[in-house]
Design a protein around this ligand. Sequence first.
Ligand code: FE2
Length: 213
Amino acid sequence: MTAAGKQDLTTIHGHKAPFSLPPLPYADNALDPVISAHTLSFHYGKHHKAYVDNLNKLVAGTAHADASLEAIIKATAGKPADAGLFNNAAQIWNHTFYWNSLRHGGGGAPGKALATRIEADFGSLDNLKKELTQAAVTQFGSGWAWLVVKDGKLAVTKTANADTPLVHGQKPLLTIDVWEHAYYLDFQNRRPDYVAAVLDKLIDWGFAEDNLG
Ligand code: FE2
């Protein structure tokens, strides 16, 4: 079952240049008051859009001009000469995944399939939330906290800057953006409060469950 209103990310992530900014899966005030429409308008309309515009410029005339977004991310990861391509491509992917990891009226309890996996691999939902919180608040500087499938088990991980579990053999289930641009207008320096509010009120366990496959 696909979570209500969610997008076909396989199609979006398979797009080729020229890339376009994927539409938000909800209105720009849908996450208010945790994430205000003001934050969303800058985060989506300026930051996410800039990654798309930059990638289109960087990819033109290169060997990646006819590659999908995911192919570009995988081909450029870990290559210093391709850092610009990787950073912009991965940030497009990460942000689209982030928007879909949230929903109006989120939080609460996961569905049965995901809840069973959480119980088996973390002991309880509370333990998972504690690990996600710890990853999100201890990521030094900019980055992301993730719930992933790693070696067949659920796991929490964090990545710096544009880095993404996609290039580390892990399957992302959901993510929380902990770059300052994600929360500074609403929470200033209080990243822990932003993370707690996201987990309590916005996180879309249905999206994570869909990604279990
Ligand atoms: Fe961001």
